[in-house]
Ligand binder design. Structure first.
Ligand code: ATP
Ligand code: MG
Length: 402
């Protein structure tokens, strides 16, 4: 892509009303734009990042056989009355159309997915199965000062699994912990993301959160010194036995963290509400056991920026970066390098703009593509090329391939 053709422009300073580092950098670099508190547009560069995150998630969820669908955000009130959440969910956006029909703007999708899957799964032969989607969710969040970390409209990957029994569900749930760990590792957060025991609400003793350790986090977690898994503050007690490794040393380290994903056992809460059952081998109706698995895609993007950026700008992990190479062209001769690396299958952003070298370098740091390639009159003359690693800042020279 030619940077001169990109319709967005970088900004020297973040918007005055933006206090969150993630949003400030992402707005400055042209990834997102703020419409209102907790409501953002994704721009061409931002969409590339989201697509990369979606690719990682699709590949990893494919390993457990989950199937992708897309459900409506506009959801009839009747479905929400059935689960009781029309009244009990206090952050629900409710809309009424001109004919008086009432809807919820989906903050989550159990009210849609259960009656949907119920139409197809009625026998033991149909289970287990799992479905997921990428969807905009709507929540009346009171605190919306954290940029992409807490949106009022935000992109989530939500997945739901349906099982014949708890015994069948348990190994699947354990497998999902590995799948999630792999997703966050590929997203560049492997080092700082901890599986965290949280209260399971009405359904089971624990749910599990994936908490990325960073000072920007709203959550407080206690990381077990023995196993590196953690306990959320809400369920933590001094000297408690670690629920993960059972160590009773009582040695925990307190840290701030961002919940980038979570997995829950729903048991029969939602299948009961919709009367979803299946016929077992002997023809008897049995309750369907469910699990749900969320990842905030926008929040994940914001967390990567919070955790990995430096004073000059964003630093994308390789698999998340919108491009492989940021080619800073300081001479018209740079164009053939753009063509060369593009032909080799690399995703190249070519800064062909008519602006100063200093501006090009500053924008390259701000945008955060892992590898910067400089082609100038000088490098051409010396028949070499200059690489700079965005993470380490290391500059290396190579013989020019052209
Ligand atoms: P939180 O406690 O942070 O409000 P939650 O428990 O409400 O999160 P879920 O309803 O389980 O979260 O949603 C699944 C995932 O969606 C979360 O793990 C998080 O990554 C993301 N998420 C939740 N709320 C938001 C939000 N307002 N903005 C962006 N992402 C969110
Ligand atoms: Mg919430």
């Amino acid at each position: 892509m030619l940077l001169s053709k990109l319709f967005t422009k970088t900004l020297r300073e973040g918007p005055k009303d933006e206090v969150a580092k993630n949003a400030s950098l992402l707005v400055r670099a042209g990834y997102v734009d703020k419409l209102a508190a907790g409501i953002y547009s994704y721009l061409p560069l931002g969409i590339l990042v989201v697509s990369n995150l979606q690719k990682i998630v699709r590949e990893e969820l494919g390993k457990v056989g989950a199937q992708e669908i897309f459900m409506p955000a506009l959801q009839p009130k009747e479905n929400w009355l059935k689960t009781g959440r029309w009244e009990t969910m206090d952050n629900l956006y409710k809309v009424t159309d001109s004919e008086g029909r009432e809807f919820a703007l989906g903050p989550t999708h159990e009210e849609v997915v259960v009656p949907l899957v119920q139409k197809f799964a009625s026998s033991y032969r149909d289970l287990p199965l799992s479905v997921y989607q990428f969807q905009s969710k709507f929540r009346m969040e009171l605190r919306s000062k954290s940029g992409l970390l807490r949106g009022r409209e935000f992109l989530m990957k939500d997945m739901y699994s349906f099982h014949k029994s708890e015994d069948e569900m348990r190994p699947f749930y354990e497998k999902m912990k590995e799948v999630y760990s792999q997703i966050f590792k590929r997203a560049g957060l492997g080092e700082i993301t901890r599986i965290t025991f949280a209260s399971g609400g009405a359904f089971s003793e624990f749910s599990h959160e994936f908490q990325a350790e960073t000072p920007a986090g709203e959550d407080t977690i206690y990381i077990c010194e023995s196993c590196d898994q953690a306990v959320n503050r809400e369920i933590f007690k001094e000297k408690m036995k670690c629920p993960a490794c059972k160590s009773d040393s009582g040695a925990y380290r307190e840290a701030k963290a961002i919940e980038v994903g979570n997995i829950f056992e729903l048991k029969t809460k939602f299948s009961d509400a919709f009367g979803m059952t299946y016929k077992d081998e002997t023809g008897i109706e049995q309750p369907v056991i469910m699990g749900c698995y969320g990842i905030g895609i926008g929040r994940l993007m914001g967390t990567i920026v919070e955790a990995l950026s430096d004073e000059k700008g964003i630093i994308w992990p390789e698999e998340v970066s919108p491009f492989d190479i940021h080619l800073v062209g300081l001479t018209a001769g740079a164009k053939v390098f753009y063509e060369y690396y593009t032909k080799k299958g690399m995703r190249v952003l070519y800064d062909d703009r008519d602006v100063s070298a200093g501006e090009k370098f500053a924008d390259a740091e701000l945008m955060g593509i892992p590898k910067r390639l400089v082609i100038s009159g000088k490098t051409l003359k010396e028949e070499k090329i200059e690489w700079k690693d965005r993470t380490t800042g290391t500059i290396t020279y190579e013989k020019s391939p052209l």
